[in-house]
Design a protein around this ligand. Structure first.
Ligand code: FES
Length: 372
């Protein structure tokens, strides 16, 4: 062990064993800091998009001090922050409205997820006039005229259409200037989100085109089957930029197709809101979370992330993207074995024992230090 590693270990052991005061989960409030960089909004309108998808139009809640909303770039997301069933939770949703409307209103579009805590609550319980707490817009998933080509191919599956609707609207409003072809894969015609508006874009816009493929039914006016090379080939130009947002299966297939068109990896941008990991067996461990000079002891499980375990314990752990990209949840692992999946953590951070709890699964008892 090098001298530096020895010092690191001594420091970790001191923090880990520090006998600050144990706080009961039921009495966490004094340690829970307010969420940072938040905006208060009210639901102005709810639109039924499909049988399992609704759009929410959000306006500033001036009674709570949010006088106007933060500007954003098409492709960015906000993080919805709620208290559900004794747990603090956050969920990331792409903004689907035009950035031109940003100061006055945002639109987010939410599809029901089986057993989804937040999606089901939003779809079933929320009414016009209800208040919500959201983050400022975040994320790098947007067109960058210095980096990207003028010919943009977007690949969307299911609710992955939302950032591309924001891009299409931004182009129509003159906020962005590029040519956008969106390949949108859905099961049936009934599942097409923004159907009417997509048809209007295909009639009125020279720069935006939507190509829809139905994977579970054949209907006139649509392609049929999963996205494939032949469907995309007519739209590939000499230079292209590709954006993808959708279920995991789409990324794998599309990457194979794109490599056949010789599109370089750096010209492909991804947005994903899922972390996919299944441990060989589900085990329960102790999780000690140190905050300031006090700590909480709770349970965590090998099939759920440390962030979820903390939220279930009522800890307002910082989070934003929940997929290991934004770095907002960064914490120090003081003890324990973990599996971190798909984090954008830099080598130097990892060397200093930082982890992203949103994509980290425990493989032993864990001691974690939260910087809140
Ligand atoms: S919440 Fe974004 S990296 Fe964890």
């Amino acid at each position: 062990m090098s001298k530096l590693e020895e010092l690191k270990k001594i420091r970790k052991d001191i923090i880990k064993d520090y006998s600050g005061k144990k706080i009961e989960e039921s009495n966490l409030d004094r340690l829970n800091k307010e969420w940072q960089d938040i905006q208060y909004v009210k639901i102005k309108e709810i639109r039924e998009e499909t049988k399992d998808t609704k759009s929410f139009i959000l306006i500033p809640d001036q009674d709570k001090g949010t006088m106007s909303l933060e500007p954003f770039k098409a492709g960015q997301y906000i993080s919805l922050k709620m208290f559900v069933d004794d747990a603090y939770v956050t969920r990331a949703y792409s903004l689907s409205s035009s950035p031109k409307m940003a100061l006055k209103e945002y639109q987010i579009t939410i599809k029901r997820v089986e057993n989804g805590l937040v999606s089901n609550l939003m779809l079933d319980e929320m009414r016009v006039g209800d208040g919500l707490t959201i983050s400022k817009p975040m994320g790098e998933f947007g067109y960058n005229k210095i980096r990207d080509e003028k010919n943009v191919i977007a690949i969307a599956g299911g609710s992955g259409i939302t950032p591309f609707m924001a891009m299409a609207r931004a182009i129509w409003d003159g906020v962005e200037d590029f040519n956008l072809t969106v390949f949108y894969s859905v099961k049936t015609e009934e599942d097409i989100i923004f159907k009417k508006e997509i048809e209007e874009f295909n009639k009125k816009s020279k720069k935006v085109k939507f190509v829809i493929t139905l994977t579970r039914e054949e209907k006139e006016g649509y392609l049929n089957g999963h996205l494939n090379k032949m469907m995309i080939e007519p739209y590939i130009k000499e230079f292209n930029t590709v954006f993808m947002c959708g279920p995991k299966a789409i990324y794998k297939t599309m990457n194979e197709i794109l490599s056949e068109f010789n599109i370089p990896k750096k010209a492909v941008h991804y947005e994903n809101f899922f972390v996919d990991y299944i441990p060989s067996e589900v085990k329960e461990y102790d999780l000690k979370v140190i905050m300031k000079n006090d700590f909480v002891i709770t349970k965590c499980h090998s099939d759920e992330t440390l962030l979820v375990a903390m939220e279930k314990a009522g800890i307002k752990a910082p989070s934003m993207c929940r997929v290991g990209i934004c770095g907002f949840c960064r914490s120090i692992l003081l003890d324990g074995k973990i599996k971190m999946i798909g984090s954008s953590m830099k080598k130097a951070e990892a060397y200093n024992d930082y982890i992203h709890p949103c994509v980290t699964y425990p493989e032993s008892d864990i001691v974690l230090r939260l910087d809140i």
